[in-house]
Design a protein around this ligand. Structure first.
Ligand code: TMP
Length: 205
């Protein structure tokens, strides 16, 4: 077993189908004897989950949204993520700062320099070792979302918003090709599962 854990994140627009694969990847790692912290953002700790409720359901300005995202992240990192990594555990996180770049930056048009500043302040040089970006055209993601649970504040945004979010994600992936693996969400669940297992094995099992 690998002595040091890895920090792995899953990203993508709402409806791109990442949740199934987050769960499968966690099961797969645990079945191989790894200790895994399975977590999510915004959320993960009691305080960050309380902030998540506000973020997903209360109206607020872009600035408030951006700072609450990073406030939740800071608590999550301090209490859960950093201690788990320090103990050699794997951390599998459903969304992280790439979501902020995509949603508050791309989707809402938030200023890049402020996001960069907050990112540096809140997590310094800590970045995921690997990020799986589930990529799907906005119109297909909207169809998939239509059959899902009641929409939150983000899921109620229009298709143009999600086109911008997708574009921002793809730009981010282009800037860090060594960290990102872009997964075409139109592939079958089985194909994606195999791809992810091979890739996770390659980064540290
Ligand atoms: P989830 O439904 O995938 O758990 O994510 C919750 C929502 O929060 C999702 O619509 C994306 C949004 N989000 C942001 O806008 N910025 C962020 O930094 C994070 C982590 C999530």
């Amino acid at each position: 077993m690998s002595p040091t854990g890895r920090f792995v994140t899953f990203e993508g627009i709402d409806g791109a189908g990442k949740s199934t694969h987050v769960a499968q990847s966690i099961d797969w790692l645990r079945a191989r004897g790894h200790e895994v912290l399975a977590t999510r953002e915004p959320g993960g700790t009691e305080l960050a989950e309380a902030l998540r409720e506000l973020l997903l359901h209360r109206p607020m300005s872009l600035e408030t949204e951006l700072m609450l995202m990073f406030a939740a992240r800071r608590d999550h990192l301090e209490r859960l993520v950093r201690p788990a990594l320090a103990a050699g555990r794997w951390v599998v996180c459903d969304r992280f700062t790439d979501s902020t770049w995509a949603y508050q930056g791309g989707g809402r048009g938030g200023p890049a320099e402020r996001i960069a500043w907050l990112e540096q302040w809140v997590h310094g040089d800590l970045q995921p070792d690997r990020t799986y970006l589930f990529d799907l055209p906005a119109e297909l993601a909207a169809e998939r979302r239509a059959s899902a649970r009641a929409a939150d504040r983000f899921e109620r945004e229009d298709e143009a918003f999600f086109r911008r979010v997708r574009e921002a994600y793809r730009q981010r992936a282009g800037q860090s090709p060594g960290r990102f693996l872009v997964v075409d969400s139109r592939r079958t669940i089985e194909e994606i599962r195999k791809l992810l297992e091979e890739d996770i094995a390659s980064i540290g099992i």
